[in-house]
Design a protein around this ligand. Structure first.
Ligand SMILES: [Mg+2]
Length: 311
């Protein structure tokens, strides 16, 4: 570029505004029950480390199931710039529901035990670091899976994982040790079911121990059911684990936590954009860990690039 064109370029630059951008408005939706001390630590981190030059913020609390979704609806109407879910996977899922198909970003300060979406997005479980990530205001758009009128961000399943989420919801204890106890107890009783389903490319008719649709690679807790899945490729990964001899249970468990399950001979995965589950007639289904009992047919559809996240 010669000197004359450089001068011309400088003269045509847009005017400089010394005032800077107006502050962004953030709403933090806190579930105080999801790890009580972690919620307190998260609020402390927000107050100490959120960049006040860039953001104004408000903190609101949920009291019962459904509150986080309602508060998110209200915040969309009030034109905030981002909504931050402070809680476990249940809170994250509730906040995400109204944000699908909008460009309004969702942030996460994870205070649960699984933290599937937060882990997948590389969001720190240390509240101070998670707040500093929010300060960057870096966004990424991901796919979601629509199941009826719900959206799944992480995984949806109808096999043993769904059975576990239903039993765990009724189980008095919480935390990883309680969850492991429950797995060991339930795995001995669980009877794999026969499934018939069609995807946009295949028909599948077989018994399965696990039948999971993965948007993210993991359930949470670094249990990788779909090590090769991509959260923004416009496809969901159907992961099937065939019924297996209980003796290889520990091997499967080890492989889940070491991103190696796709090497197991009982494991199969395929990518699809739509899936219809035709049978059994009634299933226990989990969507991001929340259990439901539903009649088939159930349709699952990947909605590409439908949710924007801060990470
Ligand atoms: Mg995908």
């Amino acid at each position: 570029m010669n000197i004359f064109s450089r001068i011309k370029q400088i003269l045509t630059l847009p005017p400089f505004h010394p005032v800077g951008d107006p502050k962004k408005q953030l709403l933090f939706i806190v579930n105080p029950k999801a790890g009580r001390s972690k919620a307190t630590a998260a609020i402390d981190a927000i107050e100490r480390h959120l960049n006040r030059k860039k953001f104004d913020f408000e903190i609101v609390f949920t009291q019962k199931a459904g509150d986080a979704t309602q508060l998110t609806h209200d915040a969309i109407d009030a034109s905030v710039d981002a909504i931050i879910a402070v809680g476990g996977d249940g809170t994250v899922s509730e906040v995400a529901q109204p944000l699908v198909h909008t460009s309004l970003p969702m942030g996460i300060i994870p205070t649960g035990s699984g933290n599937g979406l937060a882990r997948e997005m590389g969001i720190s479980r240390l509240p101070t670091k998670a707040v500093k990530q929010i300060n960057r205001f870096r966004t990424r758009t991901i796919d979601t899976i629509q199941v009826g009128n719900k959206y799944c961000c992480v995984t949806a399943g109808v096999g043993f994982d769904a059975h576990l989420s239903a039993v765990f919801a009724e189980f008095g204890k919480r935390g990883p040790t309680a969850y492991l106890q429950l797995i060991l107890k339930e795995i001995q009783k669980y009877k794999p079911q026969h499934y018939r389903l069609t995807t946009d490319t295949q028909t599948i008719d077989q018994d399965a121990f696990i039948l999971t649709l993965a948007n993210a690679r993991q359930y949470g807790n670094n249990a990788y059911i779909a090590p090769t899945a991509k959260i923004d490729d416009g496809q969901m990964e159907l992961c099937i684990i065939d019924p297996f001899n209980p003796l290889i249970g520990p091997e499967i468990f080890f492989e889940l936590f070491n991103k190696q399950i796709h090497y197991n001979e009982h494991y199969n995965a395929l990518r699809c954009t739509t899936l219809t589950l035709h049978s059994p007639p009634t299933v226990t289904l989990h969507i991001d860990g929340d259990p439901f009992t539903l009649q088939t047919p159930i349709q699952f559809t990947c909605i590409p690039h439908s949710l924007t996240l801060l990470h």
